[in-house]
Design a protein around this ligand. Structure first.
Ligand code: ZN
Length: 265
């Protein structure tokens, strides 16, 4: 299948790119002052171990500290705001506030690239079916059984059933979020969450009724049990079947939807 997307170039080392794909490297542009200051602010947030809700220093102090123009500082803050890393409160008591990390912003950036490369939603489901089993296996390897029971106990069959579609949906969706949080590898957590954001926000929630897709509560029960018991291969294979089951269900009901190109949003 020919995709008709823009070509994807890989530039190890990052010094040169070949945007035209004609073998003639072109130097990547130098980062702008606003990008440099944005990166320095990020380093400072990490170094100072700041938490969501913490305020960055006032603008006058930042101008002094980073030694950049007001325009560059504001542009740098705007870059961080677009990435969802800070919120800019306007007004006299305003200023930049540190946000929690939310993979939906990573998902949004990713969909821009997926859009231009003409990737389809089927491509996303395929990657989702690779990431979720890795995550399940990793969580199954956690030695602390009590920790796993505390986090996953509510997904076992003996947990109280809920008779509400919206709640059922959020609990089903919550199962995958809980696994992602338990994994103790932020790279795997963020990549998996970003992919599942695209699946849920772009595809699943546009379908009515939502619960048609994830009615597979017994899958969650079996996966949770395998994870709690530390059976990592079992957890991974059950998870793969689960995700592929969802994908198949989806393909049967909405065959055209999966072949659609991903839209940036
Ligand atoms: Zn599920």
């Amino acid at each position: 299948m020919h995709r008709h997307g823009l070509p994807i170039v890989y530039t190890p080392g990052g010094d040169f790119a070949d945007p035209g794909g004609n073998g003639r490297p072109t130097p990547l542009r130098q980062p702008k002052a606003s990008e440099v200051v944005a990166a320095r602010i990020v380093s400072d947030v990490v170094a100072a171990r700041m938490s969501p809700g913490d305020r960055l220093r006032p603008e006058a102090e930042m101008l002094e500290h980073y030694g950049v123009s007001r325009e560059s500082l504001r542009e740098g803050l705007r870059i961080l705001e677009v990435q969802g890393l800070i919120t800019l409160k306007r007004g006299p008591n305003g200023g930049p506030i540190v946000s929690a990390i939310n993979a939906s912003y990573l998902a949004r950036t990713a969909t821009l690239y997926f859009n231009l490369s003409n990737a389809s939603y089927a491509d996303v489901f395929e990657v989702w079916a690779d990431l979720e089993p890795s995550l399940a296996a990793k969580v199954a390897r956690i030695k602390d059984r009590d920790l796993k029971v505390a986090a996953l106990g509510r997904f076992l069959d003996e947990a109280v059933p809920i008779d509400d579609d919206a709640l059922t949906f959020s609990r089903n969706n919550g199962f995958h979020a809980v696994l992602a949080e338990l994994a103790d590898n932020p790279v795997l957590t963020l990549l998996t969450q970003a992919v599942s954001h695209i699946v849920v926000d772009h595809v699943v929630e546009s379908i009515d009724p939502v619960h048609d897709l994830e009615h597979l509560e017994s899958d969650h029960d079996a996966i949770a049990q395998a994870i709690i018991d530390g059976r990592h291969a079992k957890a991974a294979s059950l998870m793969r079947e689960h995700i592929e089951g969802i994908t198949e269900q989806f393909r049967t009901k909405w065959p055209d939807r999966l072949e659609e190109s991903i839209h940036w949003r």
